[in-house]
Design a protein around this ligand. Sequence first.
Ligand code: COA
Length: 333
Amino acid sequence: MYTTKISGVAHYVPDNIVTNNDLSKTIDTNDEWITERTGIKERRFAGPNDSTSSMGTRAAERAIERAGIDKSEIDFIIFATLSPDYYFPGPGVLVQEQLGLKEVGALDVRNQCSGFVYGLSVADQFIKTGMYKTILLIGSELHSGGLDMTTRGRGVSVIFGDGAGAVVLKRAEDGEEGVLSTHLHSEGKHAEELALIAPNTKRWVPTIMQNKDPDDISYFPYMNGNFVFKHAVVRFSEVIMEALQTNNATISDIDLLIPHQANLRISQFIQNKLQMRDDQVYNNIMRYGNTTAASIPIAMSEAWEEGRIKSGDLICLAAFGSGFTWASALLKW
Ligand code: COA
């Protein structure tokens, strides 16, 4: 059986930096509240020329360059996002066009904050079975266009940012390690605790417009923050331990944990609970906010650029989010 290696990782974030103080000009919020509750100091908001697919394509171009491959070698695309350019089709096909790839398959993953790890798991299965040799996996989000940027939406809108990350996954050469295992979970009874409800098959845009109900804010994301927080800290810890136990490894074996950047307080809670050192956990939510499916590949790319990921390192990825879904992956870099 083959294994899957990450042979190139990169990210793209828009230039436009939006600080907490910038948000406080239009929303009744402040730097102190946001920093204390989330750790976020600033985030990026997309410009007029950015889209979810174009940011993903920019990240992918860099990842392909770093992998040292020709784009013609890519034989499958996986795109994870909750903020697609179009309601349908998904952005995977747009990347195929934007990158000028041959007519390879493009799969869109709808698992929100766990989307990148779910996508990695899917790619790993294709590579392990020998169906594909080189897969491009992208996580990209353009949240800023769809947030309620008034005080009404402040519990959600101050948390999210835009950006993209991408990896090139290759079939490992003999003797090389790579993705050791992936672990996927869901619990749909909590679907509406963190969700964007409309448009949906019962409430399409024309219905919303006709009803003109000022209290209908179903087209903005909703989050039950306390509820999400409490579930996240439990599920993150469980799924990290599941990955370690599967591979007979312990917390001290992890060289770097890259958690989905949901909230700095969640990462710190997990770090304390699992008694991990600062150098074992990577956080960059301070600079980008929560970028959902893009957060792990953006963090992985920055960690790699900073020299915090080296060949042979044991890397753990873990995510939790809307669904609820949660997931982890353990890999030998
Ligand atoms: N600025 C200022 N005040 C705000 C605010 C903002 N951006 N957002 C909410 N508040 C206010 C609330 O109105 C409330 O005021 P009140 O006490 O007068 O009613 C108060 O702050 C506390 O709100 P609450 O929602 O209870 O805060 P919290 O401590 O739970 O923190 C979150 C809110 C969202 C930061 C926190 O619940 C959280 O991080 N949850 C996890 C979210 C997450 O990680 N989501 C992503 C998962 S993928």
